[in-house]
Design a protein around this ligand. Structure first.
Ligand SMILES: [Zn+2]
Length: 242
């Protein structure tokens, strides 16, 4: 019989000291994937965004709470927390979270286009302004409704093995060029830097943080549709197909 080696786990011990903070940080990570999953479902997307903003903002508060009895921590952490709070991105998102909690719904900007993709971006598309409170399906239904009257003017229903009808959607927060998920990912990593510093303060070197698990924009921003089903829907609306 081989003796099980007894391994010291300094990282595990450090994480035990900040279990609630780290749990909230992981929760925020989970909500980022929720944003990916519900990208085309307007309400669900917004609710995941709210949950993300809330969870992320609670991380530094929990760190303070969990380590307040460690000698010297509060004094040291005060500077770290101020730095994090003053980070323009973190400050902006914290404000959005306060708006959601205390004032009103947070409705980001959203644009979409209907067209076809060959799975490498949009091959052909027609931009539609979409009410951010509507699902991407709504944009496709609108196209079909117009196509039922005027014909499939974009030709997205013409049989073609290489292309797939799609809606390409992008969510943005005003003032940011990138997609919301990119903004959230940056904020998560920035908050993670503070956790890393806290773990180092406890004398442990944690592994680098990464969000490589995120899905590519192509996968997230494009909702693909079955051409035959769309064609059947067009016929049901009284439209002609070629
Ligand atoms: Zn992940």
């Amino acid at each position: 019989m081989i003796d099980e080696p007894v391994t010291a786990d300094p990282l595990g011990d450090a994480l035990d000291c900040i279990s609630a903070s780290f749990d909230r940080f992981q929760e925020a990570h989970f909500w980022i994937h929720g944003l990916e999953s519900y990208y085309h479902h307007a309400s669900h997307f917004r609710w995941h965004l709210s949950a993300f903003l809330k969870a992320l903002k609670e991380v530094p508060q929990l760190l303070q709470m969990e380590l307040q009895n460690q000698p010297g921590f509060t004094e040291w952490f005060h500077g770290q927390r101020t730095q994090l709070r003053n980070d323009p991105l973190i400050a902006f998102l914290a404000k959005q979270r306060d708006i959601v909690v205390h004032q009103r719904m947070l409705i980001p900007e959203s644009r979409c286009s209907v067209g076809i993709t060959e799975l490498r971006g949009m091959k052909l598309g027609m931009g539609l302004s979409i009410d951010p409170r509507q699902d991407s399906d709504h944009a496709m239904h609108r196209y079909l409704a117009v196509a039922a009257e005027r014909g499939d003017f974009f030709g997205i229903l013409i049989p073609d093995e290489d292309s797939i009808p799609c809606v390409h959607r992008v969510w943005r927060l005003s003032g940011f060029e990138e997609d919301i998920i990119e903004v959230c990912a940056r904020a998560w990593l920035r908050t993670g830097e503070t956790i890393v510093k806290v773990i180092r303060w406890m004398g442990v070197e944690p592994p680098p943080l990464s969000l490589d698990c995120r899905h590519a924009d192509q996968k997230v921003q494009f909702k693909l549709y079955d051409r035959e089903k769309l064609t059947a829907q067009l016929r049901a609306l009284g439209g002609k197909t070629k």
